[in-house]
Write a protein that binds this ligand. Sequence first.
Ligand SMILES: O=C(O)C[C@H]1C=CC(=O)O1
Ligand SMILES: [Mn+2]
Length: 385
Amino acid sequence: MPALDRADTFIVDVPTIRPHVLAMATMHSQAMTIVRLTDSDGVVGIGEGTTIGGLSYGEESPESIKSAIDTYIAPVLETCDLSRVGETMAKIRTCVRGNHFAKCAIETALLDMAGKRLGLPVSELIGGGRVRETLPVAWTLASGDTARDIAEGEAMLEARRHRIFKLKIGKRSVRDDVAHVGAICKALGDRASIRVDVNQNWSEPQAKLGMAMLHDVGCELVEQPIAGDDIEAMARLSQDQAIPLMADEALTGPRSALRVVKASAASVFALKIEQSGGLFATAEVAAIALAADLGLYGGTMLEGSVGTAASAHVFATLPRLDWGTELFGPLLQTDEILAEPLHYADFSLTVPIGAGLGIALDEDKIAYFRRDRDGARLHAVNTGA
Ligand SMILES: O=C(O)C[C@H]1C=CC(=O)O1
Ligand SMILES: [Mn+2]
């Protein structure tokens, strides 16, 4: 039986190509907690735990992901047959509550190992297996400046990289935000799909006003306008407003997905592997949405290439992907940590075909960007504020 030989975890900080302005934080770099598991047969698997703006997005931080793995999950792995992914994850769940991002990083690494052992891509080990080779990819316009966002959108269209744009709003007044979205819809809307993400920052009255105004300016979708735990208010908005409401922060795994469906609180689900608690759990969330005839969208926590590849393998198994994906995380970073970058072309990402995740780390880049290599080089700018 393959047992754990080594579990390495390290945080990697890579700068972003420009400030990324969200309602709750402005990012200047991304912090990725990478886990590398090696088993007694020498098989290696990698996974990623990543969030946005330190603790400003969710309940786990890069540091808490690392500490949950090092202190509580690795000792459980030492007692497991690592070739049995489901059994290993079930054992971890009995010892560790919550900590979905950390669990997702581990499950990703175990699936990478399982795929390498079997000679199959991870997408063949999830749900009903792979049904698509490429995924449409949105880009987030979030420079904080309308003219710069329009220029960036034009450049993306010209390069045939993206024709779906998500705008991050919720930081300014509703009217100022809608004016910003309206200007972008006017400039790009006949050639692109324009959506917004409020990241929970509106009250219900603000959301009522904002959603009605956004619909009028040509915006196609509103992601998580209000608090993700206010299912009743999401249901009122979803039923009363013409513009579709997409649930994001409200979805933290299959049970929450069922609650949202039962309340008719959203018409589209943003699927996220980390928020859901892993790749298998994401497939379960998707199954609930499909059974309820909701729209599907492949979301991101702005992971780097490891988490993005893992997400791509899950999204490649979805029979429907009505709203595309936003798996652009690696493109927001100034540098690539893979030996071979993921392939983006023709408005799409190609799902890797090799065994496991089908990717390999560039060890020199990892050595350069590791936070423990030369102290807190980028950490100060990575905490949100
Ligand atoms: O969906 C989120 O809330 C997180 C994220 C996705 C794209 C982006 O720019 O931020
Ligand atoms: Mn979102």
